[in-house]
Write a protein that binds this ligand. Structure first.
Ligand code: AFP
Length: 338
């Protein structure tokens, strides 16, 4: 079988008029940075990269050393390339401008440099999630406000899972594609083109320890799945929860399933657990491009008008039929209340 590298794939996409040269170069730079994060992650304890950094991020969460290292790798790699007007990250309160000594480009990059970082110390898959937006015309010093664009405006989105293999999943809005890192050669190789998520599934992912805090429609939906063969759904469902969104989403991209981080009483005041701009939006774009659905339980994620760079939202994504059912339960409950 003839291998197609990420670079070849990007050239083909350019020739087909689906990606411009600047965006294609930006993705190459991000992919190169992620290869460096993969190397750092793979070193584990002998690289001195495990454990706490002793700092907190903007959301008051303790940072792991690898959170900080991955953030620096992505910032450094992207500063000089000339494709970006600014970067924003989970680890920084405000967007980072491109230093004056480097040329500026027309894109905005958002990322969660190391998603699932509480799993690093136990050697479970972690990942990087990113989203690319166009910098509004005429804006030379982008602020948080310029990043607050609806998910439907994303030009590209992707994630990299640092697991048994390092895998990049990417979309430009023309399907979702997977690339596997060939470590010896140092290249990402196309391993699945045009991924399709099955519409139906028998597998769900949720942190069940929060069950007592969920809203009534969520209790109803999960209750029905747990009731199995004898319940209203008439079949048994299986459950998985890695607690690294990238790993849970990658399983869904591979064999179907649904992932939920719903609103619950503990996080209601924050709006949810997961971040809209660099977790929910890119994952929603990837999932929709693979034939799945992504919702807050009430609205399509990609249609949300962001109100803050670090805004949190409930996330429901995966096989379309299940997302439709659980969204219907939420709307029905809202209608009954209203
Ligand atoms: P960390 O990056 O702090 O480990 O959080 C991971 C995450 O944002 C997402 O990747 C998981 O799906 C989710 O949080 C896990 O949350 P719980 O620990 O509440 O199950």
């Amino acid at each position: 079988m003839k291998h197609v590298s990420l670079i070849q794939f990007l050239i083909e996409e350019r020739r087909a008029g689906r990606v411009n040269a600047e965006l294609s170069l930006l993705i190459e730079v991000v992919a190169r940075a992620c290869k460096r994060i993969a190397v750092a992650t793979n070193k584990g304890a002998i690289g001195g990269v495990l454990g706490e950094a002793g700092t907190g991020n903007i959301q008051g969460e303790a940072q792991k050393k690898l959170d900080v290292i991955s953030n620096e790798i992505l910032l450094e790699a992207n500063a000089w390339g000339g494709q970006l007007a600014a970067c924003a990250s989970e680890e920084m309160e405000d967007p980072q401008p491109i230093p004056d000594m480097y040329p500026k480009g027309h894109h905005l990059l958002l990322f969660d440099p190391l998603d699932g970082s509480s799993n690093i110390d136990v050697n479970i898959s972690v990942g990087t999630i990113f989203s690319v937006l166009r910098c509004p015309d005429g804006v030379t010093e982008p602020t948080a406000e310029h990043f607050q664009q609806k998910g439907t405006t994303q030009l590209a989105a992707g994630y990299v899972v640092y697991g048994p293999a390092t895998v990049l999943v990417l979309t430009f809005g023309h399907g979702t594609h997977e690339f596997t890192l060939d470590r010896e050669v140092g290249s990402f190789i196309l391993s699945r083109r045009d991924i399709r998520i099955p519409e139906e599934t028998g597998e769900f992912a949720i942190n069940m320890s929060n069950q007592r805090h969920w809203e009534a429609p969520m209790q109803r939906y999960i209750g029905e799945l747990l009731a199995g063969l004898d319940g209203p759904r008439g079949r048994d469902f299986n459950m998985r929860w890695v607690a690294s969104m990238v790993a849970d989403v990658h399983r869904i991209i591979t064999r179907g399933g649904v992932f939920f981080y719903p609103l619950d009483a503990k996080i209601r005041s924050k709006g949810g657990k997961l971040r809209l701009m660099y977790e929910a939006n890119p994952m929603a774009f990837i999932i929709e491009q693979a034939g799945g659905a992504a919702s807050t339980g009430r609205e399509r994620i990609l249609d949300l008008q962001p109100t803050g760079l670090h805004q949190r939202v409930p996330v429901f994504l995966g096989s379309k039929k299940e997302i439709d059912i659980v969204t219907h339960y939420h709307r029905e409950a809202d209608g009954a209340q209203g």
